[in-house]
Design a protein around this ligand. Structure first.
Ligand SMILES: Cc1ncc(C[n+]2csc(CCOP(=O)(O)OP(=O)(O)O)c2C)c(N)n1
Ligand code: SF4
Ligand SMILES: [Mg+2]
Length: 354
């Protein structure tokens, strides 16, 4: 059977596709065709993940994609087909992600969840994950509703937000960013699926960070929560997005330029040597001050604004893997002769418990 001609064979003058620093094209970071609704914010987030992983030159086989249940949790099927993937039970991705990350610390864990998956059914697991500073990126694709089960309010719905049916939410929303900062996550930010530039830079910086990254990304559900009266719609976000800082990111493998206004810039060196530059857009905002970060989020809630940007960063705190003092070699590849205690070691342990 004849094979389809490649671009180069069909047109020898066509430019060779761009490759990244590990020699892969962006196509090698793509996934299956999305079955989500056209225009769903979650699709845009998948596209940014593809761009970020490609531009950072991450080896797809080094990534484990974790999710729970929901339209958002289906997204890992739509990017990075060459990576490992696990779709956990609703709200239970943190436990599985913790186990996988500890079993092979050489892999990069990327969790994708929804607002319902994370802080409705999944709150208990989520808060304990945030306390541990497990090295992983946790993305919440936040549309304020349970999209998959036809648009009921989730726990991130704002007071006064209206469903299409006219039902109004009168319970306080859970601010996942304020919660994550208070609990101990070390890189916390919020973005909007419609802001390509900010989201891409945030994802690239997240890849360079070692510790728990929590990115809450407002991601409109065009089918159930994009109407007048919604506070998670494209229109609402375009009118109320209030960036707290402008993000600059220079990966470790690129040259750093020196042209900036030092008074307005906070330069943070990330774990892989990359440089994160945050230019203040809010007077006096310091993203290394936890209490200040939580206060800013509470104030923005009172003022009905949606703060975006990197709210908090701490590059000094040990990760859960550091605290457990684990061996460098992945547990998953250690032979049984090493992992199985000897009879004598077990007897000694039992004796110590008597
Ligand atoms: C144990 C359990 N309870 C309830 C459900 C039904 N259910 C499936 S997805 C979902 C909510 C998903 O909402 P979210 O995480 O916000 O994802 P979205 O679809 O909005 O992206 C619910 C309640 C389920 N699958 N399993
Ligand atoms: S129902 Fe909403 S969240 Fe689910 S795919 Fe459609 S637009 Fe996206
Ligand atoms: Mg949702």
């Amino acid at each position: 059977m004849a094979t389809a001609p490649t671009n180069a064979a069909a047109n020898p003058a066509a430019p060779a596709p761009k490759v990244n620093r590990i020699g892969l094209t962006v196509l090698e970071y793509r996934g299956s065709k999305s079955t989500l609704c056209a225009g769903c914010g979650h699709n845009a987030i998948s596209e940014r993940i593809v761009d970020a992983m490609f531009e950072m030159g991450v080896e797809p086989e080094r990534v484990i994609k974790m999710s729970g249940i929901g339209c958002s949790s289906k997204s890992p099927a739509y990017f990075m087909s060459r990576s490992h993937s696990f779709n956990a039970v609703h709200g239970r991705m943190p436990a599985v992600a913790t186990g996988a990350t500890l079993a092979n610390r050489q892999l990069m864990t990327l969790g994708v969840s929804g607002d319902g998956d994370t802080v409705s059914i999944g709150t208990g697991q989520f808060v304990h994950l945030m306390r541990r500073n497990l090295p992983m990126i946790y993305i919440i694709e936040n549309n304020g509703v349970y999209g998959l089960t036809k648009g009921q309010f989730s726990a991130t719905a704002d007071i006064g937000a209206k469903l299409k049916t006219g039902a109004v939410n009168d319970l306080r929303p859970i601010d996942t960013c304020a919660l994550a900062i208070q609990l101990g996550a070390t890189f916390v930010g919020r973005s909007f699926s419609g802001d390509k530039k900010q989201l891409l830079l945030m994802l690239k910086a997240a890849i360079a960070h070692k510790g728990t990254v929590l990115l809450d990304v407002i991601s409109p559900c065009v089918t159930f929560n994009d109407h007048e009266g919604s506070t998670k719609s494209y229109k609402f976000m375009q009118a109320n997005d209030d960036p707290i800082n402008e993000i600059g990111f220079i990966p470790s493998f690129e040259e750093i330029g020196a042209d900036y206004d030092a008074g307005q810039i906070l330069d943070v060196t990330l774990h892989d040597g990359s440089s994160l530059r945050l230019r203040k857009l809010h007077e006096g905002y310091d993203p290394t001050d936890r209490a200040n970060a939580v206060r800013a989020l509470m104030e923005s809630d009172e003022n009905h604004e949606v703060l975006t940007g990197i709210f908090y960063i701490d590059t000094g705190k040990p990760t859960f893997v550091d605290l457990l003092n684990m061996v460098d070699e992945p547990l998953a590849t250690l032979p049984e002769s090493v992992t199985k205690p000897s009879r004598a070691a077990l007897d000694k342990l039992m004796a110590s418990l008597r």
